[in-house]
Write a protein that binds this ligand. Structure first.
Ligand code: 2FM
Ligand code: ZN
Length: 696
């Protein structure tokens, strides 16, 4: 007896409603979509639930900049985002927004439950306030000098140069990134969720089987070890969000209402699809819930969220599936290099299924970063999809339509090495006979049985392995056609029957490959369904198509030309210019005089060695030749540079900075680099400068 269908909800992280979908978002959304499509193909009841994350200060400010009310702004952005996702064939069952009535109600209900449990405490805290803009400033909207290393222009929560983390009130010479005003400290009452109360339960939860990838669970242990802190869940007006019941000017912090958005989006979906909501969300639910997220938001999903669900007596996620970040050509996406590619820019130049395939070929079950190498992308898609998979069909289809009236053969009999009873002879009420050894039947059988391993790889999110297996099969199908040479058989009238069977088997092998590839390539699969007059059902892969009329073959996929990729990169650079024109001017630091400046001894330095620093995600250690003297300096440039790229380069350093003791050793100076949120760029003197030269 076959197992009853599993009941599953899968979600991707709700996208902030203030920007366009880009190729980074698509790693996660495509991963989720391919997994969901696989589940559906296996007959499971799987709902893909998503929406946008509409609240918070950045969205409020962005709406203001566009002269719109936030409600109007998020609607416009939400519609654009949904259109981009749809164009990439992402098959949401429902796409909602956290700014919905259903969510407002549910957030209030959850909050009430937390309060009832005694999990909400209030406390007066000090925060930086922008006296000009009349608002409290989130950490990201405060800039100033790093309290540890003195680097200018650092955010309120951490320093990109030395990697230190701190409170915004620790910044030296802080200023508001919104108005440029010097912020003042102000007190305000905030509400806190008692996260430490859930320490034990969460530690057990995160370590239970299958819940988290090992690497993620290990990272969580670090947080458990350093002690969980009460979580600040309120924000003061002005704020775009839901007002906290029984307060006049307090709002829920966006990260409280965002994950509850998963539940409310599902609730909306239940209305239209007649699903039993309680069955999926009650505390003892037997259904499955999976959140697909990036590694940057693990803290929220694996700690705050389950704790909130425990407190409010809802079920917790079955597992959290964490993926790595996207790099393009080995580096963080960069607007200036044209590798910060928006979904719509990509779509103007390339077929979405190319990217679906390439990501699938790279995605594993591990939260490691994945690289979109644009050269490899083109070669791989051309070679695998066009050169291998589509090639099988195009080599066989023509003969079937020209020579056999578009009808597939009755069996693969003549392909057998010895005279054997017909295989797969399809009679009205006949059972399909068992497959025989040593011929076409064997090959068919091998393709059909490979589905079990491929299924397991899909289930485990090891898409790269599934793709590898599928391509090995595609190679075998092509070798079979190479060996049989139907183009020669067809010239010899005594070999016509054999040519018919070879092409029939070729197309049947192609059909199995497309059954396997369908979660990755839904639109190509739709064309194949029409071509083969077949529904491409996973569980029918062991029943070949025989003695059946198929339709004329039409092109399934074009090769990628290099010019298309170049055009996409160029167009992405233009996107940048438009975005730059839209940016507010940077608020400058207070004026200094020449004497202040001359206190800084800037020197040309040559990088003679560069190494990773164990345990420091952002740092590299550089050895610098200062013209007769060597300095060792830690620099927060790891996100943008690999050690091997740096050795031999000239740069500029602050040579008279007092040595600073850091967690990893002493830093004897600082190198100069520009940073703009998407990358860090070391300064290089023009050619001719020598180590030790003074910069003034
Ligand atoms: O990090 C982000 O992009 C968030 N908007 C994800 C929210 S996921 C969920 F909690 F809503
Ligand atoms: Zn610093």
């Amino acid at each position: 007896m076959s197992k009853p269908p599993r009941k599953i909800i899968a979600t991707s992280a709700l996208i902030y409603a203030n920007g366009s979908v880009h190729l980074g978002h698509l790693v996660e959304y495509l991963q989720t979509d391919m997994w969901v499509r696989y589940q559906r193909a296996r007959g499971n009841e799987c709902y893909y639930i998503c929406g946008n994350d509409a609240h918070g200060t950045p969205i409020m400010l962005q709406a203001e900049k566009h002269g719109m009310e936030p409600e109007q702004f998020i609607k416009k952005i939400g519609a654009e985002q949904l259109a981009s996702f749809k164009a990439f064939e992402i098959s949401f069952d429902h796409f909602s927004t956290t700014h919905s009535d259903v969510n407002r109600e549910l957030v209030a209900a959850v909050y009430q439950a937390l309060q009832k449990n005694g999990d909400i405490k209030s406390k007066v805290i000090k925060q930086l306030f922008d006296p000009e803009k009349q608002m409290f400033l989130p950490d990201r909207f405060i800039k100033g000098e790093c309290p540890k290393c003195g680097s200018a222009d650092q955010y309120g929560d951490n320093c990109e140069k030395c990697g230190a983390t701190y409170a915004p009130t620790d910044l030296k010479h802080p200023r508001s990134a919104i108005s440029g005003a010097t912020p003042i400290e102000r007190e305000s009452e905030h509400f806190f969720f008692d996260l430490p109360k859930y320490h034990e339960k969460l530690a057990e939860w995160t370590r239970s089987t299958g819940r988290l990838q090992t690497e993620v669970a290990n990272k969580l242990d670090e947080w458990f070890d350093s002690g969980l802190q009460p979580w600040d869940i309120s924000r003061d007006a002005p704020y775009f969000g839901f007002k906290i019941p029984n307060t006049t000017d307090k709002y829920f912090y966006v990260w409280l209402d965002a994950p509850i958005g998963y539940i409310s989006a599902f609730k909306e979906c239940c209305k239209t699809q007649k699903i039993n909501f309680e069955e999926f969300w009650q505390a003892d639910s037997q259904t499955e819930l999976y959140h697909f997220i990036g590694k940057d938001i693990v803290y929220f999903h694996a700690l705050f969220w389950p704790a909130m669900l425990m407190s409010a007596n809802y079920r917790t996620p079955t597992a959290i599936k964490v993926h790595g970040m996207l790099t393009v050509d080995g580096q963080k996406m960069s607007k200036s290099r044209g590798t910060f590619i928006k979904a719509d820019t990509y779509l103007a130049h390339l077929n979405p299924e190319y990217l679906r395939y390439y990501y699938a070929a790279k995605l594993t079950s591990q939260p490691t970063d994945i690289d979109l190498n644009l050269g490899d992308f083109r070669l791989r898609v051309n070679s695998d999809l066009v050169g291998k998979v589509v090639n099988i069909a195009s080599r066989c289809a023509g003969f079937i339509s020209k020579n056999f009236g578009g009808k597939l053969a009755l069996n693969f009999q003549t392909i057998e090495k010895s005279p054997l009873p017909p295989l797969f002879q399809r009679g009205e009420s006949e059972e399909i006979p068992p497959l025989k050894k040593g011929g076409g039947g064997d090959l068919y059988n091998e393709f059909a049985t490979a589905g079990d391993a491929i299924a397991e790889h899909y289930e485990n999110l090891d898409f790269a392995r599934a793709v590898r297996e599928i391509m090995l099969l595609a190679d075998k199908a092509n070798q079979f056609i190479d060996a049989e040479k139907p183009w020669q058989l067809i010239k010899d009238p005594t070999q016509h029957a054999r040519a018919h069977e070879v092409c029939t088997l070729g197309l049947n092998l192609f059909r199995i490959l497309m059954i396997y590839l369908q979660p990755i390539l839904p639109s190509m699969a739709a064309k194949v369904r029409v071509f083969l007059n077949d529904e491409l059902i996973w569980d029918q892969r062991d029943q070949p198509l025989l003695d059946k009329v198929i339709n004329p073959f039409e092109a399934l996929m074009q090769r990628i030309e290099e010019t298309q990729v170049i055009a996409m990169v160029e167009a992405s650079k233009t996107d940048l210019q438009v975005a730059e024109a839209d940016k507010p001017k940077l608020a400058l630091a207070p004026t200094i005089n020449i004497d202040d400046f001359q206190k800084i001894d800037l020197r040309v330095a040559k990088i003679i060695a560069a190494t990773y620093v164990e345990g420091a995600e952002k740092l590299l250690q550089l050895s610098l030749d200062l013209g007769g003297e060597t300095r060792k300096v830690f620099s927060g440039i790891r996100a943008s540079y690999s050690p091997q790229d740096l050795v031999g380069k000239l740069t500029v350093m602050v040579a008279n900075l007092a040595p600073r003791k850091m967690r990893f050793g002493v830093s004897e100076g600082m190198v100069l680099a520009a940073s703009n949120g998407e990358g860090i760029y070391l300064l290089n003197p023009d050619s001719g400068a020598k180590p030790g030269d003074r910069v003034s």
